[in-house]
Design a protein around this ligand. Structure first.
Ligand code: BG6
Ligand code: MG
Length: 239
């Protein structure tokens, strides 16, 4: 009799712990990187940097450009300057970063809602229908401008971007800020990223990660895909 009672009490306790663990690891929010995940601004970044590098006579190509994904503007410039034949002082560096940003913003003016990547709107709608929160986690200081250009300024429950952080990816700051704005623990957040630095930032934040595009083969990500058209909302939430 007593054995039976202890057996059922033990069973109920185990059941409660399992339910708690499942709930604790359930995805409650998805944080999207912006450039290269929601919209193809990554190509404009490349064109802006290529123009600046050509003007300065610094060698730059698409392979070097891959290292700039997810990295802040000034850190990107430092990577480009690794190939420079002379040293640049802080004032010159600020001028160069501003010049590149001007070229980049000129290109951004052509951006429109049609430029949002296929699969993005469907995914956002389906997440919304399931009560999953959605946020942006981007290193870009141009995030508000880009969201406005693609008609998504009011779409996300939270926006965490380059204007609000001190350390850019692979530091987890931008994703942790998004999670705290949503009031959801990092362990219940999933990040969608196209940059290796971003995948690392998600893992450093203790979040799950779907890697797309350039980062799709990153072994640290929990799942990889070419783009969001290949992933169902169920697959995403089961990661
Ligand atoms: C990231 C891009 O989203 O934003 C990087 O992947 C870019 O390539 C960074 O350097 C900073 O962007 P911005 O718009 O502030 O110059
Ligand atoms: Mg990106």
């Amino acid at each position: 009799m007593w054995n039976c009672k202890y057996f059922y009490t033990g069973f109920a306790l185990q059941y409660k712990i399992i339910v708690h663990l499942v709930q604790f690891t359930m995805i409650k929010a998805v944080i999207f990187d912006l450039d290269g995940v929601i919209v193809s601004t990554d190509e404009f970044h490349y064109q802006g940097w290529q123009r600046l590098a050509d003007e300065e006579g610094i060698y730059f190509d698409r392979k070097i450009n891959e290292r700039l994904r997810g990295v802040s503007r000034l850190e990107s410039l430092e990577i480009i300057l690794e190939r420079a034949v002379r040293k640049y002082n802080p004032k010159e560096k600020t001028e160069m970063a501003d010049r590149k940003n001007k070229y980049y913003r000129d290109l951004l003016h052509t951006l429109a809602p049609d430029d949002v990547f296929p699969g993005v709107e469907r995914m956002l709608k389906e997440l919304n229908e399931r009560g999953i929160k959605i946020a942006i986690g981007s290193s870009s200081k141009n995030t508000p401008f880009i969201l406005e250009k693609i008609g998504m300024e009011g779409t996300f429950d939270a926006v965490s971007d380059g204007n609000q952080i001190k350390r850019s990816k692979p530091d987890p700051e931008v994703f942790l800020l998004a999670a705290s704005k949503l009031n959801i623990p990092p362990g219940q957040c999933l990040v969608v990223e196209d940059a290796d630095a971003g995948v690392e930032a998600a893992i450093n934040a203790g979040m799950k990660c779907l890697a797309v595009g350039s980062a799709r083969k990153n072994p640290k990500a929990h799942l990889g895909a070419n783009n969001l058209t290949e992933i169902t909302v169920e697959q995403l939430l089961q990661i």
